[in-house]
Structures are given as C-alpha cells and as structure tokens.
Ligand binder design. Sequence first.
Ligand code: GDP
Length: 530
Amino acid sequence: MNAVAEQAARRRTFAIISHPDAGKTTLTEKLLLFGGAIQLAGTVKGRKASRHATSDWMALEQQRGISVTTSVMQFPYNGCIVNLLDTPGHEDFSEDTYRTLTAVDSALMVIDAAKGVEARTIKLMEVCRLRDTPIISFVNKLDREGRPPLELLDEIEKVLGLKCTPVTWPLGMGRDFKGVYHLLEDRFYLYAGDKHRVSEIETVDGLHAAGLTERFGGVYQTLLDEIELLKMAGTGFDLDQYRTAQQTPVFFGSAINNFGVRELLDGFTRWAPPPQPRRALVAGGERTVQPEEPAFSGFVFKIQANMDPKHRDRVAFLRVCSGVYRRGMLLHSVRLNAPVRIANALTFMAAERETVDAAYPGDIIGLHNHGTIAIGDSFSEGENLRYTGIPNFAPELFRRVVLKDPLKAKQLSKGLDQLSEEGATQVFRPITNNDIILGAVGVLQFDVVQYRLKDEYGVDCVFEPVQVHCARWIEADTVRQLEAFVDKNETRVARDHYGDLVYLASSAVNLSMTQERYPDIRFLDTKEHG
Ligand code: GDP
C-alpha cells in the first residue's frame, strides 16, 4: 500500500443528521470527549448558547474563531482519523447542510426515542439517498420514557425505507434504563455510578449470564422477549448492505449521560467507509478518481465569509478526494483554468485551527481567498478534472431587490455575484426586464444577504415580495425546443448566475399546467454546481 492509500484507509469522514433537539450537539460533544478532544466540548456549547440569536450567521459572525473550528472537527479514535463535519443548526441554512452531505462518506442519524422520525430527518435522508450515503443510527434519550424500541425500528424502516439492524438493544428505559446489550458481541454494557464520568461501565458477557434476572427482573425479561423477536425477524448486520445504504445499524443510548456513545463510536470506526472513489468530468468524458491516486484533487463544498473582518476574506472548505495536499503547494483551479497558490491553508485538528502540513483523502482543508473560489470548484495538480454531484437546490422563497441608490448598481451586481458563488443566495435575472430576483431556502438567508451587501459592498437595498412560487431549471433535447418554449413564456424565464435558463412559476398550478403543455421540456429542481 502506498502512503496515500494507507492514510486514506484510516479516514472516516461523516456528518450528523437529525431533527433539531434530537441531540446532535450533545452527541457531537460526547464523540469529541471519547475521541480525546475534550477541550472542544465546551466550544460546541458556546456556539449553541447563541443559536437562538436573530440569525445564526450574524451570531457566527460575532464569534468567528469558534465557527471555523466547529465547522470541521478532527480526532483520532481506534487507529482512525475521524473527520466530523458540522452542519448549521438552523433550518434556514439547510442548503449548507445539503452541500456538506456531498463531502462525507457516511452519516450518523440521531433520533429522539420519544419522537421517532421527524420532518427534518426525512428531508436530510432524501439528500443522503442521492448519493447512497451509508447511515448509522443512534436512538437517543433512552433515559427518558420514549416509544417502544421495536416501534421505532418499524418507523425507520417504513418512513425512511432503510432496513434496521440493531447492534445494541436497551435494557430498560427512562428511570429504569440500565444499559445496553450488544447483539454482535453478546455482551451487556451496564451503566452505573457517576453519570458525568465515562469510565464507569460494567460489562457482563452472555445474554443469559447468571444473576441478570435477579438484578433486573422485568426489564431483563422484556429485553429477552424483544431479542427473541429480533432473531425471528432475522435481519443480521451485513457490512455490504450497510455500505450500500440498504441497511442501517442501530445503536441505543443517552448522549447526555455518555451511555451507548462508546459502543456507537466503536461500531462507526469499524464499519463506516473510508474515502470512496468519486466521479469526475475530464477532458473527453468522465472517470472515477481513486483516493490513492498520487495526484492531489478535491472540491469546495462550503464557503464561510468574513472570518476576519480586517481582511474581509472567506474560507473555502475543500474536501480532499485523492493524493496529498502539502503546505505551500500550487493548486490548479479547474474552473479558472489557472494556478492558485494557497499560502495558509487551514486544517482542523482537534480544538485548534492549525496550519496544515499534509492532508489526505477524506480530510478537509480551509482555503483563504478573496472571492476567487466558488462553491463546487474543483482543484487538482493540473488535470482538467471536475467533480460532479454537488447539487444546487431550487430555492423556495423569492424577493425582488430594490436598490436605494441607483448609482450603486455595479456594486450590487458584484456583491450578488460573489454571494451567489458562495452559495449564500441564488440570483435570477429575468430575460425581459432588469429586475433582480433572489432565491433562498430559508428566510434568514435574505437577512444575511441584505446585511452583507451593506456591510461588505456598501449597498443599501430593500427586498420586496414577488409573484414567484418556485423556480425550475429548464432543459430540452434540442435548442429549438428550448427556444420555442422561451419565446412563448419569456416573461417567466430568467437566467441564473451561471447563465442557465430558469422558469419562474407564479404558482403550483401554473407550474403543473406549463409542464403539461410542454412535455418536451424538462423542469429540474436541482442542478449541478459550477
Ligand atoms: P440538537 O438541537 O439536535 O443539537 O440537540 P441538543 O444536543 O442541543 O439537545 C437538545 C436538548 O435535549 C438539550 O436540552 C439536551 O440537553 C437534551 N438532550 C440531549 N441528549 C439527551 C439525552 O440523552 N437525554 C435527555 N434526557 N436529554 C438529552
């Protein structure tokens, strides 16, 4: 094995998906605690405290240092290097979450035992399914009365369409939560003593070990009955099925009490896939890039602005897909077809923002730039290689931009171009007038854009409601078909930042009628970035 292959094989790059309040932040802290990056646990809390501020972004703006370090957390565990990519807590910034999910090799799904599968989880699962991302599930808050575990598994199977294989099973629940039984190890992990310490775990080998009935009575009997049912149902853990996203191994626990977290992390580091090969467009076609290829390559999945107000710079988060990144290296920007020297790339080791010496497939590096890097950009050592699969989702909310000072039109344009390249908003320019229409997934995105236009570009503007219900990118087999459509519907057609044609439907009915009338036009709700 070459050095790159060896390093890549150790990487586990993942994100946590969950509905708000299921316990993502708490579990993140605990994973870091078990991973030895204890000092960071407090940092995550710090971010958390301000989550309910007017806008996540503005709150992050106030604590720049923290927001960077918590975007990517790296820690060693079980011989692996674990990269945990954080996703924004607020739903209005979920586009950021979707894009982050394109940069991971697997995901951890947290479910509240009392609430089961919730709306946001369903949506994020859909995004995971686009790339068949393998998922490990953690059913949290077993220290509270929740729903029966078998019912929860049933719900995951029905609602999310994933076969469940329990790896651990709860012994009791709520005040009677005593521990978990590990089905693959045939061992009990019993939780006792000080809840705030992680070392106090007693293990008992064997489902039928002596003394369990006397110690735990009814809850033990319930566990025996449930295990019996599970055995009859017969879905055993199968690494292949998990890796191909057909099956999800399920762990039970209580993140806040550290219960079940170590077992989860052990299973995760053992089974979660290392960096996977990725498809890329190259001169003359497509190819699969293997992580162990010696030449460096990667793509940008997230841009965070203004880490340092004095420099007005942005940090682009790049996922390394192949080869090695070494400090001071010249990177080739595929979109600009030009070399870019990145003087001070960042890596995300435990709590500190450190300057990176070497980063391997699966690692994330932060590239400082002044607006020359866009979401979806690929970087290589010279090969014309463009990673695909970084989706742009059709926005759901729309506003018309009205400039207060008409002389600032140029700055406005420049600001909006940059903000759309960062993924902060999407810009649509109707083909028949000079309007500028902004699209977003969450309403807070508009606040951020308005604030940043003023703060960074000196442009004062207001946003007005506009009669747009949804946007769909339009495509057809021939240019003539497309032109004919645009001709007939020109008042509702716009171009996005990249010049692609978009149909702006005035209502849901308008969209479906137009789709019926033009069967040769494809109306797409996602588009590849770049
Ligand atoms: P997030 O919104 O998904 O990041 O959720 P948090 O980690 O902030 O948790 C939401 C709430 O649930 C907080 O009040 C946590 O203290 C609480 N919580 C998290 N894990 C547990 C748990 O295992 N048991 C109980 N009872 N509460 C928990």
